[in-house]
Design a protein around this ligand. Structure first.
Ligand SMILES: Nc1ncnc2c1ncn2[C@@H]1O[C@H](COP(=O)(O)OP(=O)(O)OP(=O)(O)O)[C@@H](O)[C@H]1O
Length: 236
């Protein structure tokens, strides 16, 4: 991968929560304008990796360098906080425009257009007036993904965006992400769904804080590497 096509470089990244080391010398490149899937077992360090890229978790050693000066949007795993916020779906998606305009500023016609477009892409226009806390988990998750898209970021980080969603909602998210890719967004997506990972352009496989493989899904998600990463012995 040459530097023109690299959106992000991790170089020997170590990260800790207190004394616990959660990333152990991760060196990887993320291709520009492509979908990179981050996979691995529970606790492998996937969310920690996204936190480092988002700047939420500073590396204790090594570096994380972005080549794209455009902003980063981060859709974290659905939290209880989001469900208790007294805001409507439309207001939630509109918050995605704050990155451009600052909070509480008047929205431009273009801001409103982006908000409506992102809600349409996630099929949540009909629930735009509903309070976030009154929605099902899947509806709320779609609102949060729409908020991420509304930021029109150069780099979109998604932590298990389709966890717990039905087939229709999953397909909608995949389609919305395809559109964002076509518009030049680089996407880093944590997923437990190996079918999703196999459809990605690039794949990072983590185990116990170590990057054990990186590259096209066909070379990363081999039965041997999947068995090893999840600690499942091969039977054949
Ligand atoms: N805030 C925190 N404080 C302390 N330890 C943490 C914290 N967040 C995560 N960890 C620990 O860091 C390690 C990596 O966690 P991380 O959330 O990055 O894994 P993950 O691969 O995203 O897991 P999952 O698939 O379960 O979401 C785990 O051992 C976890 O217990």
């Amino acid at each position: 991968m040459n530097s023109d096509t690299t959106a992000l470089t991790l170089d020997g990244v170590h990260a800790h929560y207190g004394h616990r080391e959660v990333l152990c010398g991760v060196t990887a490149e993320v291709p520009h304008g492509r979908l990179t899937a981050v996979v691995g077992a529970n606790g492998a360090g996937k969310s920690s990796l996204l936190n480092v890229v988002a700047g939420v978790l500073p590396p204790t050693a090594g570096s994380c360098t972005r080549r794209d000066p455009r902003r980063v949007a981060y859709v974290t795993q659905q939290s209880e906080v989001s469900s208790s916020l007294p805001v409507t779906v439309r207001a939630t998606v509109t918050m995605g425009r704050w990155a451009h305009r600052g909070p509480w500023r008047r929205l431009s016609a273009m801001d409103r257009e982006v908000v409506e477009e992102c809600m349409a892409r996630l099929d949540i226009t009909s629930i735009a007036h509903r309070m976030l806390g009154t929605l099902s988990g899947g509806q709320r998750q779609r609102a949060l993904v729409a908020q991420g898209l509304a930021q029109q970021a150069g780099l979109l980080l998604l932590d298990e965006p389709s966890a717990g969603l039905d087939l229709h909602a999953r397909a909608m998210i995949d389609e919305a992400l395809r559109t964002a890719l076509a518009e030049g967004t680089t996407i880093l997506r944590v997923t437990h769904d190996l079918a999703v990972a196999r459809r990605a352009d690039h794949c990072l496989l983590l185990r116990d804080g170590h990057l054990v493989a990186a590259g096209p899904p066909s070379s990363v998600l081999t039965s041997g590497q999947v068995a090893e990463a999840w600690g499942i012995p091969l039977t054949d």
